[in-house]
Design a protein around this ligand. Sequence first.
Ligand code: NAI
Length: 273
Amino acid sequence: MSNNLLAGKVGIISGALDSKSIAWKVAQKAHAEGARFVLTNAPLAMRMGEIKQLAEECGALIVPADATSVEELENLFSQATEHLGGKLDFVLHSIGMSPNIRKKKHYGELDYKFFQQTLDVSALSFHKMMAVAERQDAMKEWGSIVALSYIAAQRVFPDYTDMSQAKAMLESIARNYGYRLGKLKKVRVNTISQSPTKTTAGTGVGGFDAFYDYADKMSPLGNAPAEACADYCITLFSDLTRYVTMQNLLHDGGFSSTGISEDVVEALMKMNS
Ligand code: NAI
């Protein structure tokens, strides 16, 4: 059901790799709510081609950009404002990748070059996006910028290794740039800390199925699906949340406030009997 929450709004959506991606659902919902936008992803991910279907479905232009490259981000923002006919109302950062996780390295054997790549792709890219937006004066007043995070920024999930530090940095960048863009342009910046979700990035983390099930059992509402995360992003892009900024917003079915749940107790009792 559409409420035209984003009628007349324009923006950039990064990170739609395939139909499981959280960004894919955000694009579909933003389109349904009346937004126009540019889709972007790393040139390598583009070659897989699926993003073209999404672009057709949403009438969106695709502008490839490696989010670690300031030059490519400059091109992205200038092409987006030109194509969309003016400044932007919203930007979604939905980008994460850890070579250490891909190579299944445990926390004690992390490769530091990989670690730096993890931070560059998954966290610094968010700063770079906002710095480019600031330099190009690309955001409208009362615009909204959102990035996706995970609770491993605050709690230990051993298999999440260096992505935990990347998410902690991402959330800190949101607070600090949120202050700056709030003062400069009344633009708000937030992170959404999402439940484990069955996407390419999510399922790449070791033991994903177990911690997906564990989080689901721990959360009174169950894990939040990707579609619901997209709904939350839409509310943050809309004018209904104009004074929410510099926050890490937990979208996790209640997981973060639960000590133990009856479902987990029951599962452990079964195991021990
Ligand atoms: P996904 O794998 O569909 O999306 C990750 C995206 O990052 C892909 O589109 C990939 O091409 C893009 N990317 C990687 N390197 C890039 C680069 N150098 N430049 C530009 N784009 C690049 O997976 P998902 O789950 O939709 O991930 C989106 C965001 O949600 C990520 O920040 C992830 O950490 C976060 N998140 C995911 C959770 C999960 O369990 N799936 C839980 C909480 C947060």
